[in-house]
Design a protein around this ligand. Sequence first.
Ligand code: FAD
Length: 208
Amino acid sequence: LFLTYRRAMKQLVLQYLKLFLLLGLSGVTTEHVPKYDVLASLGTLPLDGHFSFHDLPAAARDFGNLSSFPPVAVLHPGSVADIARTVRHVFLMGEHSTLTVAARGHGHSLYGQSQAAGGIVIRMESLQSVKMQVHPGASPYVDASGGELWINVLKKTLKYGLAPKSWTDYLHLTVGGTLSNAGVSGQTFRHGPQISNVNELEIVTGMN
Ligand SMILES: Cc1cc2nc3c(=O)[nH]c(=O)nc-3n(C[C@H](O)[C@H](O)[C@H](O)COP(=O)(O)OP(=O)(O)OC[C@H]3O[C@@H](n4cnc5c(N)ncnc54)[C@H](O)[C@@H]3O)c2cc1C
């Protein structure tokens, strides 16, 4: 009986140790580490821009400074087609691929929304092919890249005596970044959030 009791106690202690270890490790972020061929396949994509592999720590930071999920590559798109090609490539890897994609504006989100753990971060500010164009007239509007900073939109439109109807208080944020959460500020009560003042959006998918 004594031996059985000792064995039972030993098992109990082991169970507690396991539980302790599990609890102790539950805060650790798991990272997807894609196979080498997955990374190498990115090099086969015909791009106007390029992938970089040296600025990964920067792509794993944001304003909140609470999350850090390093990607395996950063795409600096030279064109909208680059983004479509990359998204299509990741999609074609199939549902078992661990490669994820995230657009990054100015990285001012708080909880890693613009990060991609073990995936690809698309640095939207690199997109230079979409030149900002102001269209004055009866119903004026500005055509801007999703990676453009609002401060640049303001500076450009002011030259025409115009300004966006609805802003954010802080203007060093990108067009795509604030539209993804509506874009709210002092003008919202009169004109609605920024997203309500968008005439047209180009949605980039892997099919573009
Ligand atoms: C100092 C400060 C002041 C702020 N003031 C305001 C304010 O007055 N009003 C307000 O509404 N918000 C405000 N915010 C919040 C801010 O709008 C959001 O954090 C916004 O997402 C940050 O924009 P970003 O360009 O840095 O985007 P990121 O942080 O880089 O990205 C945010 C999200 O948008 C997605 N995204 C980025 N670009 C694109 C794109 N081109 N296409 C599709 N998805 C995209 C990302 O994947 C991510 O999910 C403020 C934040 C800070 C840090």
